[in-house]
Design a protein around this ligand. Structure first.
Ligand SMILES: [Zn+2]
Length: 75
């Protein structure tokens, strides 16, 4: 049975699903993920700061994705 949960990113209440985010934030995360993945394809040895500077994605988001092994970082 689905339960209500607070989104990990924006704090909005949402019906809990497979992720810890509401559907809006999950869609945003997916966009970030695609951007980071494309960036890593071209710059496989880049750092978190490189990604942040070039894509504008918040560092906290990049670190979060790295922590969750969402993105295969080289470092
Ligand atoms: Zn959210």
């Amino acid at each position: 049975m689905p339960t209500l949960n607070n989104c990990k990113s924006c704090g909005k209440l949402y019906l809990q699903n497979v992720t810890e985010y509401c559907s809006d934030c999950q869609a945003q995360n997916n966009r970030y993920f695609m951007q980071i993945r494309e960036f890593l394809k071209i710059n496989p040895r880049c750092t978190v700061m490189d990604i942040h500077n070039r894509t504008g994605i918040p560092v906290s988001k990049i670190l979060e994705m790295r922590k969750s092994e969402y993105v295969p970082f080289s470092q």
